[in-house]
Design a protein around this ligand. Sequence first.
Ligand code: AMP
Ligand code: MG
Length: 304
Amino acid sequence: MTSANDIATAAALILAGGLVAFPTETVYGLGADATQDHAVAKIYAAKGRPQFNPLITHVVDVEAAFALGKFSADALKLAARFWPGPLTLVVPRRADCPVSLLASAGLPSLALRVPAHPIALELLRAVGRPVVAPSANPSGRISPTTAAHVRAGLTPDMILDGGACAVGVESTVVSLLDRPRLLRPGGLARETIESALGFALEDAETGGALHSPGQLESHYAPHAEMRLNAVQAEVGEVYLGFGASGGAHNLSPSGDVVEAAANLFRMLHEIDALKPKCIAVAPIPHSGLGEAINDRLKRAAAPR
Ligand code: AMP
Ligand code: MG
């Protein structure tokens, strides 16, 4: 099924910015180098995601996770107890975290997991970097639990075949940004997590706020005001261009929406650090990843 040679080829493809589908114990993942903006953007394009939902970053062990995120005492306890395994922990990003902001969908947090599958772990070891991997299926379709499922929906650069996935449902997602909170039920039962913690998990809906990132209207907002569909900057504005309309900051001089997605959150952060009164953004075509870019820009520009 999968040889050491296949692992080496797959790792080289990922380091070169390619997409490789690989088995985990939950479902097959579509993997890319988490540190390359453009590789991460290709994942959203391949899956046809209408929004930039944040992705899970996969790492080879607990130490690799600690280098990327900040772990509270509860987070440490869950990582020590359940990794490798079907549990994803959402923690604050470290200041020097090299994972693409696109993988965090512009949020200051990061979803991390150490998968319990020999092929996934061998691949992560060979890549030597964090790997983002959502389920390897087109957005809105059923998650793949065999290599044939992957092949039916996507055409990645390579598919590592590890047979059928043992768990077969996605990982459980727990946020540790405040009180431990169950964001998504999955392959590890809530009761098992609660007995390890010694108390009950908060629910995603409680606490007055929505915790599913894609639904937070102004969650992606920079400090500056935002003016969309702007043909040029006015006084006090910094311009974020696209295609021919652009200066120092251009999402994609060639007018490519995949490249624009790769640059979006990083460039918004860069411009925001200049502390302009307002960021004026060029019109972005609505096709392909343009839909997700426009969705995020609309949220960033929403009244707050
Ligand atoms: P998938 O990659 O399709 O398995 O989905 C990833 C899941 O993790 C989704 O439910 C995301 O909303 C969730 N997730 C990933 N990153 C974050 C984050 N930074 N904050 C909250 N939820 C996250
Ligand atoms: Mg999925």
